[in-house]
Design a protein around this ligand. Structure first.
Ligand code: PDD
Length: 288
């Protein structure tokens, strides 16, 4: 088993993959990406991830012509070459290699990179105790719906959280919370699940979508509207969702305790649903 890379049509060991210093991803952050979780060698919600990759690419005028079927083949081949059953797939598209110039290059073709690495086992202790987060000023641009490589505000906020001994940083602007540095935020108030509506201020999280449809199917009322910081601090529960963290309960925001300081009922219900959908996936894999 080993970490695998795919680079412009070829598979190789991750350590052997190199890209030019003149790649526009390196020079300008001129590209987009996706992160996909693999359960039991099966990429989870792959179609949704590839659709979002294409949306991000189109939004920055990057001509990504590989079809879903072609991407599916590449992803499956990468997973099987790695031999990892539990993995994360990272896909990155950039505007390619060209002498540094802000203008789009005329002739360059894009750089397609994919890596497959093993995922560390879930930290069960965190799920038991819940996590603590900080709030951070949202200094990002107004197209956070594009999964762009430009993550400087996100990594600065995440590092601020890590240095404070916290799990995540939640972006706040004018009294409203939008999302985490690498996660979606949801709050439970009077049994209703609230989360900011999709739009340019947040990434349309694929786990978000999944959680909201499961919540609706479980007769949990879902409201997609702006969430004020005040409402979040008064909530019974705060949840983070994301491809790698799945659903994570938050028990403290800055110095404020959320609810009774323990992972709440809605978290437990949604996470159980998540686990059973994953075990169905594993079961289907065994049967096919
Ligand atoms: N990040 N919001 C932001 C800013 C994110 O970076 C992410 C995921 C999410 C959750 O989206 P999804 O459910 O589709 O993973 C929300 C990935 C995992 C990353 O950058 O590593």
């Amino acid at each position: 088993m080993s970490d695998i890379a795919y680079l412009n049509g070829e598979f190789m060991k991750l350590a052997e993959a190199t890209v030019s210093v003149e790649d526009r991803g390196f020079q300008f952050g001129d590209g987009v990406y996706e992160v996909i979780r693999v359960y039991d060698m099966t990429p989870h919600l792959l179609r949704e991830h590839i659709d979002r990759l294409k949306f991000s690419a189109t939004s920055i005028h990057l001509d990504e012509w590989l079809s879903y079927d072609e991407w599916e083949k590449i992803v499956q081949e990468g997973i099987s070459q790695s031999g990892y059953a539990e993995a994360k797939v990272y896909i990155q598209l950039t505007r390619g290699v060209a002498p540094r110039d802000h203008r789009f290059p005329c002739t360059t073709s894009l750089t397609r990179v994919m890596t497959v690495r093993e995922v560390e086992p879930d930290d069960l202790q965190l799920r038991k105790t819940g996590v603590s987060v900080i709030t951070a000023q949202d200094i990002r641009w107004n197209r956070c719906d594009i999964k762009s490589l430009n993550l400087l505000p996100n990594i600065l906020a995440k590092q601020q959280a890590i240095q404070a001994g916290m799990f995540e940083a939640l972006f706040v602007r004018e009294g409203f919370v939008f999302e985490g540095s690498s996660s979606t935020v949801m709050v439970v108030s009077n049994g209703v699940l609230y989360t900011p509506a999709e739009g340019p201020r947040i990434l349309s999280g694929i786990t978000r979508d999944w959680v909201l449809s499961v919540a609706r199917a479980s007769e949990i009322k879902v409201v997609e509207e702006p969430v004020s910081v005040e409402m979040m601090l008064d909530a019974q529960e705060v949840l983070l969702t994301g491809t790698i963290i799945e659903i994570m309960p938050v028990v403290k925001v800055d110095e404020y305790c959320i609810g009774d300081g323990k992972p709440g009922k809605i978290y437990h219900r949604l996470y159980q649903k998540f686990l059973s959908s994953i075990s169905e996936l594993r079961y289907r894999h065994v049967c096919t």
